[in-house]
Design a protein around this ligand. Structure first.
Ligand code: FMN
Length: 246
């Protein structure tokens, strides 16, 4: 990973900025004017546009599933995140097609109750986008995109060998909304590329794990520009306040 700046443990770079975002002492601006939207008066398309444009960057799950007839499937989902460690829950938001039919991912998860969340870094970003093409159900997106299937350890759907990490999940619950399913997956097993983790501490190696995330439309970010922003303890905060007031 190439870093253009180096940071101290305080999160300050050599110019005294925190995280390189501006002088540490600068107060954030108080906005006096805002464009406002009453969500009760917006169309579904307008709500979607606003939500996905501003809630980001969102991590990407390249979800692999197995159809009831044994057909393998993969599709990226950015309505995705982790929500708990007990139980270990990953959650997906799956939109039905405009025709009203479920996506293959939704159908497969509801029928087989298993799926794998493969995480996406820059090495498989282009292949991830190929997996988003609305291929007919019989097309194996992983092979079509030039990726490699690997056996999973705890679930029947396979995982993607090139993914930096993969979480094997069992369906914990699924909530149905009009034209959308929210799917909760309980993680049963994890695979992680050895270069991306220190197995002694179980901590990520940020110089080797560089995920991409989705912004608006077809725009993505690469987690290259990382910086440290340490939270103070309450006692530390009080000491600093006292020192600055003297
Ligand atoms: C980066 C990215 C993120 C996406 N996120 C979602 C999502 O969160 N939910 C969803 O329903 N579709 C999402 N899509 C669209 C699906 O991947 C696409 O409809 C795909 O064809 C579904 O495939 P399937 O029918 O094999 O499940 C996303 C597409 C891309 C490129």
């Amino acid at each position: 990973m190439s870093r253009s700046r180096s940071f101290t443990s305080e999160g300050r770079d050599r110019s005294g900025e925190v995280g390189g975002l501006g002088p540490a002492s600068r107060k954030p601006p108080l906005w006096m004017h805002a464009v406002e939207y009453d969500f009760g008066r917006l169309s579904a398309d307008e709500r979607y546009k606003l939500l996905v444009s501003f809630v980001g960057p969102r991590p990407i799950a390249l979800v692999t599933t197995l159809g009831p007839e044994g057909i393998k499937n993969a599709a990226p989902m950015s309505f995705f995140n982790v929500f708990a460690q007990t139980p270990p829950l990953l959650i997906l938001g799956l939109q039905d097609r405009p025709s009203g039919a479920h996506e293959d991912t939704t159908r497969n998860i509801l029928e087989t109750r298993e799926f794998v969340v493969n995480l996406v870094d820059e090495t498989i970003a282009r292949q991830m986008v190929v997996c988003a093409i609305e291929f007919p159900p019989e097309v194996d997106e992983v092979r079509t995109a030039g990726l490699t299937w690997r056996e999973s350890a705890a679930v029947r759907p396979g995982r993607i060998g090139e993914a930096p990490a993969a979480f094997e999940c069992r369906l914990e619950r699924a909530i149905e909304y009009p034209s959308r399913w929210i799917v909760f997956g309980e993680v049963a097993y994890m695979h992680v590329r050895d270069a991306c983790i220190d197995p002694e501490t179980m901590r990520v190696r940020p110089e080797n794990y560089c995920p991409i995330a989705r912004l608006h439309g077809d725009n993505y970010v690469l987690a290259r520009n990382q910086y440290v922003l340490r939270k103070m303890s309450y006692e530390e905060w009080c000491r600093r306040e006292a020192a600055s007031g003297s």
